[in-house]
Structures are given as structure tokens and as C-alpha cells.
Design a protein around this ligand. Structure first.
Ligand SMILES: [Zn+2]
Length: 115
């Protein structure tokens, strides 16, 4: 882990207001997982979220209109730093734009401001 990155991130998160994309807390996320795991009407076309299992863990995804596209995950507050850092490192410590492209294809609730 990169301590300098982490400190800068924590500082930024304290000062930023994310209006459009509210990050889901771990508790909210668990609630959504429970609801989606139940017997709710899964054929309701208004349901925008679904569950997938990744390495034995239930993950919430935002469904896409076209099924061919890969689903986009919902990231929680406590996951955000690792997700951003991973994307940044995966681009070879690439810039904001490169990192953003990767992230927004994979996650449904990451805004440009967070990066
Ligand atoms: Zn870097």
C-alpha cells in the first residue's frame, strides 16, 4: 500500500461533497444484498440492481440496458480507496483521465470528482 496516496485520499474525501453519486455505506450495501437475495419481484423492469457472486461474495451490480456489456459494480465507501488505487496502478500510474475511463466502465457509482 502507498501511504502517501492514502493520506491524500483521506484528506480529499473529508473535503469533497459528492452530490450526484452518493457512496453507499457498508451497512446500506448489506441491506441491498439482503433485499436482492430475497423473493422480491426480480422480473420488475424497474429494478436497476442485481446480485452477482464474486469469489464467494455477493456483489451488487447495476444492470445495463444491453446484456452484452459487462455489469458495473457498486462500490462502497470502505472499498473506494482500494478500487481507485488499483485502477491507478493498473494504468501504470496513469493520469486521471485514463484511470477514470477504466473505473467508469467497471463501476456504476464512481464520479469523476472522486478520482
Ligand atoms: Zn501513483
Amino acid at each position: 500500500m502507498d501511504g502517501k496516496h492514502r493520506a491524500r485520499f483521506d484528506e480529499k474525501m473529508k473535503n469533497e461533497q459528492f452530490s450526484k453519486y452518493t457512496l453507499t455505506s457498508a451497512d446500506d450495501y448489506r441491506y441491498v444484498v439482503n433485499v436482492l437475495s430475497g423473493d422480491g419481484d426480480r422480473n420488475n423492469r424497474n429494478v436497476k440492481f442485481d446480485l452477482v457472486e464474486v469469489a464467494g461474495m455477493k456483489k451488487v451490480i447495476k444492470t445495463r440496458k444491453t446484456q452484452q456489456k459487462t455489469p458495473r459494480y457498486i462500490v462502497t465507501q470502505n472499498e473506494l480507496f482500494d478500487v481507485l488505487l488499483e485502477a491507478h496502478v493498473n494504468t501504470g500510474h496513469g493520469g486521471e483521465k485514463k484511470t477514470k475511463t477504466i473505473l467508469q466502465d467497471k463501476y456504476a457509482n464512481i464520479s469523476g470528482k472522486m478520482i
